[in-house]
Design a protein around this ligand. Structure first.
Ligand SMILES: [Zn+2]
Length: 190
């Protein structure tokens, strides 16, 4: 043991649980210990307040380390019942199917629900602009913006920004896909 490991904060994209994870897990794939959904932990460990986002890991990707499909866990089944899944849909589910069903039901529910205080506080902490926050109308919107604040700007965004006349300094300072969106918006404004 060499002292206390730096902990990162993640919101599970499947169930919105706030997870605390040792920094060493950054960049790895795994499962949420509440809902069992597959997640990939991404972000910047060098931030003053360490935190990062988890994204939904590709459910179709086969990871040889995971082995053959395991049956859905009791936690997943409980969670699915809480989401209102009928009992007959729960029979014979494997973990990935359960996770996909959780996502589906969550997404449906999240589109109709306002963002939580936890999500909004986290978004402000991550540097979402007022304008971006103003557009967050549902839990699903908040989840998406949290991901975008942790992903790198895309090649397309950089191309657009160059076309809009963004300076090299501007481009170098861009930290995320969401920040690139905000700058594109700013520069496109008449
Ligand atoms: Zn979860």
């Amino acid at each position: 043991m060499n002292g206390i490991a730096k902990m990162l904060l993640f919101l599970c994209p499947h169930c919105d649980e706030l997870l605390k994870v040792p920094e060493a897990y950054l960049g790895q794939r795994g499962r949420c210990n509440k809902c069992g959904g597959r997640i990939a932990l991404i972000g910047d460990a060098n931030l003053a307040t360490p935190q990062a986002a988890s994204i939904v890991a590709d459910e179709t990707a086969t990871d040889p380390r995971l082995g053959p499909p395991k049956p859905a866990s009791d936690k997943q089944l409980d969670y699915l019942r809480a989401l209102g899944a009928p009992e007959q849909t729960l029979r014979g589910l494997d973990r990935d199917q359960a996770s996909a069903l959780i996502d589906e039901l969550k997404e449906k529910r999240q589109r109709g629900e306002p963002p939580t205080e936890k999500q909004l506080t986290y978004l402000k902490h991550l540097g979402a602009t007022e304008r971006q926050l103003g557009r967050v109308r549902s839990k699903a919107d908040a989840t998406r913006l949290i991901e975008d604040l942790h992903l790198s700007p895309t090649a397309d965004q950089i191309k657009r920004l160059k076309a809009l006349g963004a300076s090299g300094a501007h481009l170098a300072a861009l930290k995320s896909k969401a920040a690139a969106d905000a700058l594109i918006e700013e520069l496109s404004d008449p």
